[in-house]
Design a protein around this ligand. Structure first.
Ligand SMILES: *[C@@H]1O[C@H](CO)[C@@H](O)[C@H](O)[C@H]1NC(C)=O
Ligand SMILES: *[C@@H]1O[C@H](CO)[C@@H](O)[C@H](O)[C@H]1NC(C)=O
Ligand SMILES: *[C@@H]1O[C@H](CO)[C@@H](O)[C@H](O)[C@H]1NC(C)=O
Ligand SMILES: *[C@@H]1O[C@H](CO)[C@@H](O)[C@H](O)[C@H]1NC(C)=O
Ligand SMILES: *[C@@H]1O[C@H](CO)[C@@H](O)[C@H](O)[C@H]1NC(C)=O
Ligand SMILES: *[C@@H]1O[C@H](CO)[C@@H](O)[C@H](O)[C@H]1NC(C)=O
Ligand SMILES: *[C@@H]1O[C@H](CO)[C@@H](O)[C@H](O)[C@H]1NC(C)=O
Length: 823
């Protein structure tokens, strides 16, 4: 075929198709400059572009955001521009996409041979911005995708990392200049696969580094994990090792880019409201992340001032005096391998570079193995691959340390015997000083006790009179701050007993707004007018007071728009009280089981509530540093703010009682019938999947407006789960829907929610999806859902049986529960 005929053909295709805005392109077809594909969600566009306003007329084949000022996310021929408008693209009979230029012939093509297939293939631009070549039939196998060959942009869903089975390494590399997409100087990648870290490089030189992965985040950075809008995934299996993120709010576009000036930046754009890209985070903005800023064994503090690790001293004090730290530090006492070396534990550090994963050893064995090898300078136990903790060691001098108060895992650093001795001495001294001072203090205290008591009594009586008048001074006098030794930036108000009694009218019945398994809830008002909800815990925590305070501080740090805010606490004598923000709109059960009120809950509102709960739970399970399992999730523990945003309450209380284990067995079953998963109710096994079960129950309750355990049907004795399951199998899922919800336009979404709920309440925990999957399933219609299996606890008799079998443990029974309205 001559060029001319081709051109004419393409022009015909162009005329037929541009007006339609299509996202796929067939085999044996060609298109020329001017034609574009647009993804079906209208977010991305694929075709020819020039990078700038006209100063460069080079043409590139690439992907950019549709209907936004030109923002390129992918370039095919980044190093091989076409100099005029006569580029042509063809998907050939072998399924290879080829870019031709009249005089130059083939300029660029996709690599990779297609597996023999009886189907024709197509090129499609997916909603994620991924350009794929796939079978046009059968299982639509994808055999090439642009997400495998990223340029300078990491889009949500793109897997940064390795396809281990084929040795493919996906990383992003900057443009040469802001106008030239050719390979630039800077790259951002996840490597090496043996001990993955995030590294920003200039050429082959490391500029910045975060890692290694410690099971929940990359050591030294919470940039990703702290963002409630993002959900991050770190995956390791035999085929793949990658890191990726998803954005939880569909109306936000986001991208992570390595700029041609070497900045790793994260941008967002709110659809229909932004006018320009909002640059949210620059990863390499902390000068302390500058690679090896403080040399060997030097720790970088903010504003890039350096200190030596304790036990070390500047190698060249003169250089350090001149603020030149790169020479690092040397040991005060030389190591003497095999003769008394030991390890000292350090917290709050970004872990050093060049970790080596040695294997699945216990921490004792890890220590022993490291001690044996004279070049092994440190070890840590990290969950590097998110599949159980590994023995990670560092061979040779430790480099690129940073003070990181949020820091995750401790590291054990090798020290000489002499150093260990002096540390022990110092400890002993401190202990002696403590004992002496304690004895002194006790003496003094005893003496002054009577006096203080007497004055205290007088002052208290006076203060009561003043409270009404001077609210400000009362407030500042009424609480002191608990210092959190880990993170001096955070302080939690510690209210005194008197303030709380006063605020809650001496805990009169009138102020009581709820009763739960852990104690009663009272409404109160501080003297400054702020309304609070006070939870008075009935039981004693198994922890000491200091430990308890620390625990409460940790929990108070969990802040998320779908969690109730903990404002402070009061621990005095036998009383432990938690002070929360007060939410006037009561709890979810006040709405959904209430005939007049539930009419307010349209499907859109219900869906909003379901997603909010999922988001809050996802945060507790995965994104917060503590990985909290709620264990008593139910509608009365979901509070609603004035805009009906759901807020999970009572989280972390299980921790306050001193049960730290993530997945374990417990003799004391905390929970509520109707919401408890089978494995938890029967055997006391709990895990994140028990919360998932309760979540599923809640979703069905929100959809149907019935309580699971109180559900009645004349024809059978199934509970709500059983009933929904039966309807699902009869292919009439919508019959479970609350009749006051009349919204035919959302039928598909409603069915999808029922489907997801049924997946959550499946009998076996391993069948239930994780919260991250659930959130994705709720957010993206195109994720295929597996068929649910039978729920655990389908029958009412079944529920009753659990009721009796577990009644000797101190469980919370929904029957005796009144509403925990607003807290
Ligand atoms: C493109 O042109 C506009 C106006 O002509 C100018 O304001 C803008 O800065 C230019 N953009 C680039 C990337 O040169
Ligand atoms: C594409 O062309 C090849 C060779 O001409 C032919 O075998 C194949 O069937 C064509 N495919 C389609 C989908 O038309
Ligand atoms: C899809 O079909 C191809 C052959 O047609 C087969 O090799 C492949 O395993 C299938 N993939 C899945 C996920 O079923
Ligand atoms: C943005 O506006 C368009 C047109 O007004 C509308 O169709 C679309 O749903 C809006 N998108 C979002 C996320 O609000
Ligand atoms: C110490 O461990 C490193 C890394 O595993 C190894 O390369 C080196 O040979 C070991 N040295 C000795 C003396 O065993
Ligand atoms: C976890 O990952 C490591 C990586 O080396 C692999 O060897 C191990 O088999 C994995 N363990 C499990 C339980 O998947
Ligand atoms: C680690 O090793 C122990 C004993 O060899 C084994 O029971 C355990 O499953 C291993 N864990 C992982 C995560 O491979």
């Amino acid at each position: 075929m001559s060029t001319l005929t081709l051109l004419v053909c393409s022009l015909v295709a162009l005329n037929l198709q541009t007006s339609l805005c299509i996202d796929t392109f067939k085999q044996n077809q060609s298109f020329i400059d001017g034609f574009t594909l647009v993804s079906s969600n209208q977010r991305f566009e694929f075709g020819f572009f020039s990078p700038s306003n006209g100063s460069s007329t080079n043409r590139y084949l690439g992907i950019w955001y549709h209907n936004l000022p030109l923002t390129v996310v992918w370039v095919a021929n980044r190093n091989y521009p076409i100099y005029d408008l006569f580029g042509k693209v063809r998907l050939d009979e072998n399924g290879v996409l080829i870019l031709y230029h009249g005089s130059l012939g083939s300029v660029w093509s996709t690599n990779g041979a297609r597996v023999a297939s009886s189907f024709a293939c197509v090129l499609q631009l997916l909603d994620s911005g991924n350009l794929v070549i796939r079978d046009d039939g059968g299982n639509k196998t994808i055999f090439w995708e642009s997400f495998d060959y990223p340029t300078d942009t990491l889009l949500p869903g793109l897997k940064l990392g390795w396809k281990l089975d084929v040795g493919l390494h996906r990383f992003i590399r900057s443009w040469k200049t802001s106008e030239d997409p050719a390979d630039g100087e800077y790259s951002f990648s996840l490597d090496p696969p043996e001990a993955p870290q995030l590294v920003l490089r200039s050429g082959s030189r490391k500029l910045f580094r975060w890692g290694p992965f410690d099971g929940s985040s990359f050591s030294g950075s919470t940039t990703f994990t702290a963002n409630p809008l993002l959900q991050t995934m770190f995956v390791y299996n035999y085929q793949e090792l990658y890191f990726r993120y998803e954005i939880l709010d569909e109306s936000i576009l986001s991208r992570l880019v390595v700029s041609s000036t070497g900045l790793a930046q994260y941008f967002t754009w709110k659809v229909n409201s932004s006018k320009e890209w909002n640059q949210l985070v620059t990863f390499n903005s902390d000068p302390c992340d500058n690679y090896a800023n403080c040399g060997h064994y030097g720790i970088c503090y903010s504003l890039s001032s350096c200190k030596c690790l304790s036990g070390f001293t500047p190698d060249s004090p003169r250089d350090w005096g001149l603020f030149s730290y790169s020479g690092g530090c040397k040991r005060k006492h030389e190591l003497n391998c095999g003769h008394g070396d030991g390890f000292v534990k350090y917290n709050a550090l970004k872990l050093p570079d060049n970790p080596i994963v040695w294997g699945n050893y216990t921490s004792h064995l890890c220590e022993a193995k490291c001690l044996e090898n004279c070049s092994c300078m440190a070890y840590a136990n990290l969950d590097v691959y998110r599949n159980g903790s590994r023995c990670v060691v560092w061979i040779g001098d430790l480099v690129d340390l940073k003070n990181y108060p949020d820091g995750g895992e401790p590291i054990y650093i090798r020290m000489a015997h002499a150093e260990l001795d002096s540390i022990a001495d110092a400890k002993r001294k401190r202990a002696t000083v403590k004992i002496v001072s304690v004895v002194t203090v006790i003496g003094v205290l005893l003496l002054s006790c009577g006096v203080v008591w007497y004055f205290g009594w007088i002052i208290r009586h006076r203060r009561k009179d003043q409270i009404g008048r001077s609210s400000k001074s009362q407030l500042s006098g009424s609480f002191q701050y608990v210092e959190d030794n880990q993170d001096s930036g955070f302080q939690l108000p510690l209210y005194d007993l008197e303030t709380i009694f006063l605020a809650c009218n001496n805990f009169s019945e009138r102020n009581k707004i709820g009763q739960g398994g852990f104690g009663s809830v009272y409404k109160g008002q501080l003297s400054n007018g702020q309304e609070i909800a006070v939870k008075r815990l009935v039981e004693k925590s198994t922890q000491g007071v200091e430990e308890l305070k620390n625990e409460i501080i940790l929990i108070a740090k969990l802040q998320h728009r779908n969690l109730v805010k903990l404002l402070g606490c009061c621990i005095e004598g036998d009383e432990t009280m938690l002070v929360y923000e007060y939410l006037p709109n009561k709890s979810l059960n006040n709405f959904i089981y209430d005939k007049p009120k539930r009419k307010q809950l349209t499907w859109r509102k219900r869906y909003h509530i379901i997603k909010g709960i999922a988001r809050g739970l996802l945060y507790l399970h995965q994104d917060s540093r503590l990985r909290i399992i709620h264990r008593d999730l139910k509608t009365s523990n979901i509070l609603l703010d004035s805009e009906l945003n759901p807020k999970i309450s009572d989280f972390g209380i299980a921790r306050i009682f001193g049960t730290h284990q993530l997945q374990d067995m417990t003799k004391r079953i905390i929970g509520t019938y109707g919401y408890m998963s089978p494995e938890y109710a029967m055997n006391g096994h709990y895990s994140v999947k028990s919360d998932v079960y309760s979540f599923g129950v809640i979703v069905l309750e929100i959809i149907s407006g019935y309580k699971n355990w109180a559900f009645h049907h004349p024809d059978h004795d199934l509970n709500l789960l059983g009933h929904s399951w039966m309807l699902w199998n009869k292919r009439q899922p919508l019959e479970v829907l609350d009749p006051v919800v009349q919204d035919p336009s959302y039928t598909n979404q409603i069915i999808r929610c029922i489907h997801v709920a049924l997946l959550c309440v499946q009998q076996y925990p391993e069948d239930r999806p994780k919260m991250s999957t659930i959130y994705a399933m709720l957010s993206y219609d195109n994720i295929e859902l597996p068929e649910p299996k039978e729920p655990g606890f389908c029958k009412k008799s079944n529920t009753k049986k659990v009721d009796t079998s577990a009644s000797d443990s101190s469980t919370v029974n929904e029957v005796t529960m009144t509403t925990m309205s607003g807290r």
